[in-house]
Design a protein around this ligand. Structure first.
Ligand SMILES: Cc1cc2nc3c(=O)[nH]c(=O)nc-3n(C[C@H](O)[C@H](O)[C@H](O)COP(=O)(O)OP(=O)(O)OC[C@H]3O[C@@H](n4cnc5c(N)ncnc54)[C@H](O)[C@@H]3O)c2cc1C
Length: 468
């Protein structure tokens, strides 16, 4: 049945994202027309670039700032994501603690809590808060191994500074009152997450930034970044400071092919649920919902009453290739649809409106970083591995402080100056990613089949090998 659903004539695969189509694919702003010189050139018109422009212009209205965007603002992951504005930083606490100390790693976590609040508050103040709801995040465990991981993770969060009001373990009955996922064995809720509409939010921020006096050049592609100079298909931009804000697209820049693994994340969205299905699903709040599987599924109940589910359908394509329009490999779509029906069997028979994919940037050590090379004026921020929505806000305020030469709490966070080694050359990169996700898929299936209350050994081995 699910295959038929994705073959429905109305079903759309790609076209950037459901979010972008729901507001209408924007007509690009004017391109760069020849060489220019500015104070700050920002390469990439996603949330990293837009937030950085916002905070810089707010602090120093006299700065001339240009954003160079190859398609249109929000074309990348920022306009395609699951809408979870959540508080866990990308990567592992122990890695940040190793490089910067435990106190600094805790400070990063504290700042991430603040970044969720800040991302909500600014959107409300500036008026791009349509469909924004701050109701928190639920993780549900639907087998014993997932429950073990959920409980273990809550313990880890406590050690990392999450207090009594930051995360709550919930019983199956308490969870079922919020969302009726099949086979719930337990889980947890945190208030530190807001649900945003990726296209409305990102486009709204772009409009605000433009009104502040930042110029956004669209259909303008950077080919290479050199000290104080960005070479684009439309001219050369010279600047005192250059911010690379390309996340998964960084690999398209000259010399950056192995900096990140551009990982695909893919989503499907249902048609609007009829009242009986909506009642059976019982998800009336604005919480985001995710599972605790190794092949993680993240879900979002849309403002107009659909359910969107995302996961790593085809996590990585050979030689870092990906479909720019956001088309999902057709054979991978039924798997996402099936996962949604497993979690909500009451949705059997629901139609699906769209599927789409986007790329996020995975660094080799899985930790995000903000870097600044004073000698070249080049900064970069990214590597959020699926935790970028609040992460971009925190990174952008950090970029502001670095450019303004201020020594602040943010410039001392342990992700500042962090260097991760390059990914392996092909075909090793592709074989590694494929093997890793095959192992995770196998572990998920075995954990459901056996009912074991520990993580399957294949997933533990995969974690050790990948360094996650
Ligand atoms: C399907 C999906 C679901 C996700 N879900 C979540 C979630 O629920 N919560 C969460 O926290 N994170 C999530 N993420 C990750 C999050 O969306 C990203 O971390 C975040 O949006 C990164 O923002 P960015 O501005 O750094 O990059 P992007 O938004 O990718 O922006 C980069 C921009 O650069 C442009 N560009 C590319 N090449 C060039 C070039 N050569 N020259 C000029 N411009 C160029 C692109 O068009 C793009 O607009 C998800 C990602 C995906 C793909």
């Amino acid at each position: 049945m699910t295959q038929q659903q994705s073959q429905d004539a109305r079903f759309v695969n790609g076209e950037v994202s459901f979010w972008m189509r729901s507001i209408g694919i924007p007509r690009p702003r004017p391109t760069l027309a020849g060489d220019i010189s500015v104070d700050v050139a920002i390469v990439g018109g996603g949330l990293t670039g837009l937030w950085s422009a916002y905070y810089l212009k707010q602090a120093r209205p006299d700065l001339e700032i240009a954003i160079l965007e190859s398609e249109f603002a929000g074309f990348g992951a920022s306009g395609r994501n699951g809408g979870w504005m959540s508080a866990e930083p990308a990567g592992q606490f122990r890695r940040y603690a190793k490089s910067g100390g435990v106190a600094a790693a805790r400070e990063l976590q504290r700042e991430m809590f603040g970044a969720v609040r800040e991302s909500v508050d600014v959107a409300r103040q500036e008026g791009f808060d349509e469909d924004l709801v701050h109701d928190g995040l639920i993780h549900v465990a639907t087998n014993s191994a997932q429950l073990f991981r959920a409980q273990h993770h809550v313990g880890e969060l406590r050690e990392q500074g999450w207090g009594a009001d930051d995360v709550f373990e919930l019983t199956p009955a308490e969870l079922a009152q919020r969302v009726n996922v099949a086979g719930i064995q337990g889980g947890y809720w945190t208030p530190h997450c807001a649900r945003m509409h990726p296209a409305k939010y990102t486009r709204g921020l772009a409009d605000v930034v433009e009104k502040m006096g930042v110029t956004i050049y669209e259909k303008t592609t950077a080919k290479s970044v050199d000290p104080h100079r960005v070479n684009t298909n439309r001219g050369v931009v010279t600047a005192k400071f250059i911010l690379e804000a390309l996340e998964g697209y960084t690999v398209s820049l000259k010399g950056k092919r192995r900096k990140y693994m551009p990982m695909n994340s893919s989503m499907v969205v249902t048609d609007i649920l009829p009242p009986d299905m909506r009642a059976a699903v019982g998800w009336d709040g604005g919480e985001l919902v995710g599972d605790v599987a190794h092949s993680f599924a993240y879900m979002h109940r849309t403002e107009d009453g659909r359910i969107a589910l995302g996961g790593r359908a085809v996590p990585y394509n050979f030689n870092s290739s990906f479909d720019r329009s956001g088309r999902t490999t057709p054979s991978a779509i039924p798997g996402l649809q099936r996962r949604l029906l497993q979690l909500f069997p009451a949705l059997d028979g629901i139609g699906f409106t769209q599927s789409w994919s986007g790329v996020l940037g995975a660094p080799r050590d899985w930790c995000a970083a903000v870097n600044y090379d004073r000698s070249t004026g080049i900064l970069s921020a990214g590597g959020y591995v699926g935790h970028g929505l609040s992460g971009t806000n925190l990174a952008a305020r950090t970029v502001r402080d670095l450019i303004l030469g201020e020594d602040t709490n943010l410039t001392r966070l342990p992700w500042v100056g962090r260097q991760s080694r390059n990914w392996e050359i092909e075909p090793l990169r592709w074989i590694g990613a494929k093997t890793l996700y095959a192992a995770y898929g196998y572990a998920d299936r075995r954990e459901y089949a056996t009912g074991q209350n520990r993580t399957h050994w294949t997933a533990r081995l995969a974690n050790v090998i990948s360094g996650r």
